[in-house]
Design a binder for this molecule. Structure first.
Ligand code: NDP
Ligand code: MG
Length: 392
C-alpha cells in the first residue's frame, strides 16, 4: 500500500484527488488530510479514507474537528505547526493543493522527508522555486507537476532531450471576460469573475484566470519546472481548453497535449507516474469538437501577463513579492474594496517600488523560507498601504 497525504484535501484539487484514490481503496494508506474551514468535508473524508490524522489550518476550528471525528480513531490537529507536523509523517506521495503561499512550508517539509510531491500549489514554485527544487535535490525527493499545462509539457518531454527544446507554449482559456468589451472590465464584479467557461476550480484561481494572473504564475512555474529561458515561454489564448500545452523542438516539430478539461487527468498522471493507468476522464471526439482556435493574448485585456516576464527579468525574491501582492490584491477585490483592473495596477506598483521599500534586506537576499516570508509580508503590507492611501 502506498502511503499518501493530501494537503488542501477539501478544495477542488483535493476532492478530485480523493475521487481517484477512493476508486482503489486497497492501494492507498492515507496518512494525513488537511483543510481549512470546511470541517464537515474534512471529517467525512478522513473517516471514509481512515486517515491517521486530520488537520485544519485554523486553530479556532479544532474543537469542531474533534467533535466531527468523535468515535473514530483519527487524530485531530490545527494550525500552521500542525500542518508542518503532518508533512513530517512518512508518506510516499503527497498532494500539495493548499491555495496560496500557505502551501510552501508544508511542501518543503514533505520534500525533506523524501516524499514525491505532486504540486498543484503553483504559488510555492513562484515564490520559492529554487528553494523547493534545491530541497528536493538534497533529499532525493521528486516534484511532479499537477497544473494541467505543466503536466502536459512534462508528458511531452518524456524521452526527449531538453537541449532540443526550442520553446514551450502554454494555453490560456482567456477566462470569464475573454469576449467582454474592454470598457466593461473596470466594473466587473466578483460573481462575474468567479465563473470559468471551461474548468471547475476554486474561486481564487478562477478569478486569476479571468485576470490572467493565473497564467502569469504559470509562466514562472514553467521556467522553474523546465529550466527554460523566459523568452522560450509563450502563452496563447485557446478558448476551447482542449490543448493544454505544446513543446516546440529544434526540428520544427510542435508536440501538443490534448485532453478534456478535467484535472483528474493531470492528478492521475502524477499519482501513477511513471506508468499510465486507466482514468475516469472523458475521451475526446475530435470530429464533434470540429475546431480548435488560438489567438494571441491582448496585453490591454491581460496586463498581468507581462508582469511575469518583468518578475523573471528581475529575479531574486521578486517571485515572492509578485505572488504575495497578487494574493493580497485578490483579497481586496473579493472583499469589494477595489475593482477588477485595480489588481494588476496595484501589483505593478508594488513591483516597481519594492526595491526602494525593502531597504537593506531585499530582493537579492539568499532564498530561504525566512527571506521569502519576509518579502511576502512586505508585499502584502505594500498593497494594504496603497489601498489605504487611495481610500483615504
Ligand atoms: P480551493 O480553494 O478549492 O481549495 C483550497 C484548499 O486549501 C482547501 O482545502 C482549503 O480549505 C485550503 N486552504 C485555504 N486556505 C488555507 C490556508 N491558509 N492554510 C491551509 N489550507 C488552506 O483551491 P483549488 O483546489 O482550486 O486550488 C488549490 C491549488 O491548486 C492552488 O494552488 C491552485 O492554483 C492550484 N490549481 C488548481 C486547479 C484547479 O483546477 N482547481 C488547477 C491547477 C492548479 P477549506 O476549503 O476547507 O477552507
Ligand atoms: Mg493551469
Amino acid at each position: 500500500m502506498r502511503k499518501i497525504s493530501i494537503f488542501g484535501a477539501t478544495g477542488s484539487i483535493g476532492q478530485s484527488t480523493i475521487d481517484l484514490i477512493r476508486r482503489a481503496p486497497d492501494a492507498y494508506d492515507v496518512v494525513a488530510l488537511t483543510g481549512g474551514g470546511n470541517i464537515a468535508q474534512l471529517a467525512r473524508d478522513a473517516i471514509a479514507l481512515r486517515a491517521d490524522v486530520a488537520v485544519t489550518a485554523y486553530p479556532d476550528q479544532l474543537d469542531a474537528l474533534r467533535a466531527a471525528l468523535t468515535g473514530h480513531d483519527i487524530e485531530a490537529a490545527a494550525g500552521p505547526s500542525a500542518l508542518i507536523e503532518a508533512a513530517q509523517r512518512p508518506a510516499d506521495w503527497v498532494m500539495s493543493a493548499i491555495v496560496g503561499a500557505a502551501g510552501l512550508a508544508p511542501g518543503l517539509e514533505a520534500l525533506k522527508q523524501g516524499a514525491t510531491l505532486a504540486l498543484a500549489n503553483k504559488e510555492s514554485l513562484v515564490c520559492a522555486g529554487s528553494l523547493l527544487l534545491e530541497t528536493a535535490r538534497r533529499h532525493n525527493a521528486r516534484i511532479l507537476p499537477v497544473d494541467s499545462e505543466h503536466s502536459a509539457v512534462f508528458q511531452g518531454l518524456v524521452g526527449e532531450d531538453m537541449a532540443a527544446v526550442e520553446r514551450i507554449v502554454i494555453t490560456a482559456s482567456g477566462g470569464a471576460f475573454r469576449d467582454w468589451p474592454l470598457a466593461d472590465l473596470k466594473t466587473a464584479t466578483v460573481a462575474q469573475a468567479s465563473s470559468h467557461p471551461n474548468w471547475d476550480m476554486g474561486q481564487r484561481i478562477t478569478i486569476d484566470s479571468a485576470s490572467m494572473f493565473n497564467k502569469a504564475l504559470e509562466v514562472i512555474e514553467t521556467r522553474e519546472f523546465f529550466d527554460v529561458r523566459p523568452e522560450q515561454i509563450e502563452v496563447v489564448v485557446h478558448p476551447e481548453s482542449i490543448v493544454h500545452a505544446l513543446v516546440g523542438f529544434n526540428d520544427g516539430a510542435l508536440m501538443a497535449h490534448l485532453g478534456a478539461p478535467d484535472m483528474r487527468h493531470a492528478i492521475g498522471y502524477a499519482l501513477h507516474w511513471p506508468d499510465r493507468r486507466d482514468l475516469p476522464v472523458e475521451r475526446l471526439d475530435l470530429a464533434k469538437l470540429a475546431q480548435l482556435t488560438f489567438r494571441a493574448p491582448d496585453p490591454a485585456r491581460y496586463p498581468a501577463l507581462q508582469l511575469a516576464y518583468d518578475v523573471m527579468a528581475r529575479g531574486g525574491l521578486m517571485g515572492a513579492v509578485f505572488n504575495a501582492a497578487k494574493e493580497r490584491a485578490l483579497d481586496h477585490f473579493i472583499a469589494g474594496r477595489i475593482g477588477f483592473l485595480d489588481m494588476a495596477t496595484l501589483v505593478a506598483q508594488v513591483l516597481a517600488q519594492v526595491d526602494e521599500r525593502a531597504g537593506e534586506h531585499g530582493i537579492d537576499d539568499a532564498m530561504t523560507l525566512d527571506t521569502v516570508t519576509r518579502m511576502d509580508h512586505l508585499a502584502r503590507g505594500e498593497v494594504d498601504n496603497a489601498i489605504l492611501k487611495q481610500t483615504g
